[in-house]
Design a protein around this ligand. Structure first.
Ligand SMILES: Cc1cc2nc3c(=O)[nH]c(=O)nc-3n(C[C@H](O)[C@H](O)[C@H](O)COP(=O)(O)OP(=O)(O)OC[C@H]3O[C@@H](n4cnc5c(N)ncnc54)[C@H](O)[C@@H]3O)c2cc1C
Length: 506
């Protein structure tokens, strides 16, 4: 995953900085985005006849599997989605603020390394506006001491993170390949020990390592594998930029689903509780006890759902699959969108700076990294923060499902603590509106996205692409893609691959 990746600055290609937001697209956006709220039932569950294929889950993996089946001439299939909306971890919430629509992407937000990313072809096809993210960062010192000099920060970032820590972990990785795996935290600890006589550098290095790695991969340094570190590939090469989807990812998702003629193939509010393959046909039972039968099934439920055994497989999954599922990591990370009145804006304005990311040097156990919406959504005074850490995870587990208001209140409190430490206590008024995600508490996701966990095996993701039950049950989803896991593109490709295999065996 690349949320905040300074490695990208290697070679800047000439990409349009800001695609024009035409009236035409704004209209499309309204039509696509807003419809998300009106899709309770796209079609009815087909319980009367045996389907050729059932796809579980209407995220990118499910929808690309569906499009592939259709292209290959298979029409007798349905996509069953547990939630009341489609898109899964690509979903845009529309906030109405100061007379404008503000698309808030609760999950995916960027087309990563857009040049060469296949989803970018659809962005162009549907003329969806994007903004090229440069991730220019400003780091603040604690307790209202103000920002570090930007040039000084950039130099230190290069010295401490891109060269210092990277070299240290690269050398250790060679050892891990010979001696066996260890968590990335060991490389961090060794590197920080080298800086013990330079406390400010040590503190900054700690923050840089944590923010860049943990927020990007969504796993903690204690869980991330050194042996399998950086084994994911750059989509389309390393010298492209991430593109922020201005109208929200749902606008892309809906445009694609409609264009491929899939809307009448999707049943929402259809959570599957068990998959029985003991006879020739596969029987799927929903939570409300309705059932449906199919010759083949493609399961795209997220790794977190499979890890929690939330779908019962009868007979049980083979050991190869259940072990791979447990060995992989499902990350924990969330976002909070905070809105203020235009006259209350206290952070850098785009007229005075192109700063997109705001962070701080701190010992706090939970990280909040703020994206300055004014740098890409002009006139929309909001900060979008990614957050992660033991304290916020505990809060999500405690209140995420039982008391969403308390969850929001507690996360807002922590985000405010962080902002007040950066800008000064009196400079930050309480936000007028807050939207918080809870991906770990979400029973149909149970985490953010997969990561390479210490102790996993190189083939674990590939194993998940092997069909089970004599080729009748297949798996897809971001976690099953060896190269581009944790991304929308990986999910998309995995769905397409699974559908191609299914078609061959029908
Ligand atoms: C906070 C966050 C930020 C991200 N940012 C980016 C980004 O900027 N760029 C990027 O490329 N990627 C990003 N990602 C990752 C990306 O969103 C995912 O990799 C991708 O959307 C996963 O698609 P999928 O189809 O595999 O899974 P999902 O989108 O999760 O789809 C699976 C579907 O299965 C459904 N389901 C689950 N259980 C059942 C059941 N029992 N019965 C029926 N249906 C069920 C779920 O409701 C869901 O709709 C981000 C993710 C998060 C959480």
């Amino acid at each position: 995953m690349v949320f905040w990746n300074k490695r990208e600055k290697a070679e800047e290609k000439k990409e349009d900085d800001h695609h024009a937001l035409t009236t035409d697209i704004q209209n499309n956006h309204d039509a696509f985005g807003r419809e998300a709220e009106n899709t309770d039932i796209l079609t009815e569950l087909n319980t009367d006849q045996v389907l050729d294929v059932v796809i579980i889950g209407a995220g990118w993996a499910g929808i690309s599997a569906a499009a592939t089946l259709k292209k290959k001439g298979i029409e007798n299939f349905q996509v069953l989605e547990a939630k009341g909306y489609i898109g899964g971890r690509s979903f845009t919430h529309h906030e109405h603020w100061e007379g404008q629509d503000v698309p808030c992407d609760l999950g995916s937000m960027w087309i990563q390394n857009a040049k060469g990313n296949l989803l970018n072809e659809y962005i162009k096809k549907y003329k969806i506006p994007t903004h090229v993210s440069k991730y220019n960062t400003r780091i603040y010192e604690e307790n209202g001491k103000g920002p570090m000099d930007d040039k000084k920060y950039n130099k230190l970032e290069e010295e401490l993170y891109e060269k210092g820590f990277y070299n240290c972990q690269a050398a250790r990785q060679q050892l891990a390949w010979m001696r066996g795996d260890e968590p990335l935290s060991k490389s961090r600890d060794l590197y920080l020990a080298k800086l013990k006589k330079k406390p400010l550098k040590q503190k900054l290095a700690k923050v840089l390592i944590r923010d860049s790695i943990e927020l990007e991969y969504s796993g903690s340094l204690e869980e991330l594998s050194l042996e399998h570190w950086n084994t994911d590939s750059w989509i389309g090469g390393s010298n492209s930029h991430d593109h922020f989807v201005m109208t929200g990812y749902s606008s892309l998702f809906y445009a694609y689903a409609k264009d491929e003629g899939l809307m009448d193939k999707i049943v929402t509010n259809a959570p599957i509780s068990s998959i029985n393959s003991t006879s020739n046909l596969v029987k799927l039972t929903l939570k409300d006890q309705r059932s449906i039968t199919a010759k083949r099934v493609i399961v795209t439920a997220p790794l977190g759902v499979l890890q929690a055994n939330a779908i019962e497989f009868i007979p049980a999954l083979p050991k190869s699959h259940s072990k791979a599922i447990q060995r992989l990591g499902m990350g924990k990370m969330n976002k909070v969108f905070m809105f203020w009145k235009s006259e209350d804006v206290f952070w850098p304005m785009p007229t005075t700076s192109k700063i997109e990311v705001l962070g701080d040097v701190t010992d706090r156990d939970s990280t909040f990294l703020f994206y300055n919406s004014l740098s890409f959504h002009e006139e929309k005074p909001a900060l979008y923060a990614f957050f992660k850490g033991p304290q916020v995870e505990q809060i999500e587990l405690e209140f995420g499902t039982t008391d969403p208001e308390m969850y929001e209140e507690k996360i807002t409190e922590l985000a405010m603590e962080c902002l007040q430490s950066m800008f000064g206590k009196d400079a930050v008024p309480p936000p007028e509106k807050v939207v918080v995600t809870g991906w770990l508490a979400d029973e149909y996701t149970r985490g953010a996205y997969s990561f390479n966990k210490v102790g996993m095996k190189s083939k674990d993701r590939e194993v998940l692409t092997f069909p089970i039950a004599d080729g009748r049950i297949h798996f897809a989803g971001e976690a099953t893609h060896e190269k581009y896991f944790a991304t929308t593109t990986g999910a998309f490709l995995s769905g397409r691959n699974a559908a191609k295999k299914v078609v061959k065996k029908l």
